[in-house]
Ligand binder design. Structure first.
Ligand code: GRF
Length: 198
């Protein structure tokens, strides 16, 4: 199987992106071709450049909420880079069905909850408020419905007494950095068997 090219979309620090970049080496069936952000100040851009990966920025703000117009620009560097797979990694813009459909079956996202629980934001606080004894993260295929596509992997984290949202988030993030690379390696090899950690 030929090597897959992977574009990674970020909005912030990009710690998941870094984990993915570091994993794509040796006999891994994929290589990074682009790190793209909607935020010119995203800390992950410098990390990607330092790793020798091409970067691009398409700022969403000039489009004043016109999602389709923003996405028509956002898709250009992804196509230009020849991406076979798109990984959303801390990318904080909601994507329209039109954009998602261009990458049906080859766009992944990591979400900090055990989906289908806690779609959307503030997942750690919601899990604590609910008194959950376990929490975690999920990698899923991206489909038009937010945080809803087929599951490709999950990692579980035990909730500890006295956990704060930030403390729990930090432990979940550690698992994200293990889960996403494991899922991408399997997915790039054409294997959609879910990865289960913890
Ligand atoms: C992480 O919690 C991830 O689950 C969510 O974005 C957060 C930041 O990720 N999608 P990163 O450090 O920018 O990769």
């Amino acid at each position: 199987m030929s090597q897959k090219n992977v574009a990674i979309l970020i909005s912030g620090g990009g710690s998941n992106m870094v984990s993915l970049l570091e994993s794509m080496a040796g006999d891994h069936p994929a290589r990074p071709c682009l790190v793209l952000s909607n935020n010119a100040d995203a800390g992950g851009l410098a990390k990607a450049a330092a790793a020798g990966v091409a970067t691009a920025v398409v700022d969403h703000r000039p489009f004043h909420g016109d999602r389709e117009a923003f996405e028509a620009e956002l898709v250009k560097p992804i196509i230009k880079a020849g991406a076979d797979i798109v990984c959303l990694a801390g990318f904080m813009r909601v994507l329209t069905a039109g954009f998602v459909s261009q990458f049906e079956g080859r766009m992944l996202n990591i979400h900090p909850s055990l989906l289908p629980k806690y779609k959307g934001l503030h997942t750690h606080a919601r899990a604590l408020e609910a008194g959950d004894t376990e929490h975690g993260c999920t990698v899923h295929e991206v489909t038009p419905l937010l945080d809803d596509g087929p599951l490709l992997g999950q990692a579980r984290v035990l909730v500890k007494p006295g956990d704060t949202p930030d403390g729990l988030a930090a432990r979940v993030l550690e698992q994200e950095h293990k889960l996403y690379p494991a899922v991408l390696r399997r997915f790039a090899a054409g294997d959609k068997t879910p990865v289960v950690l913890g």
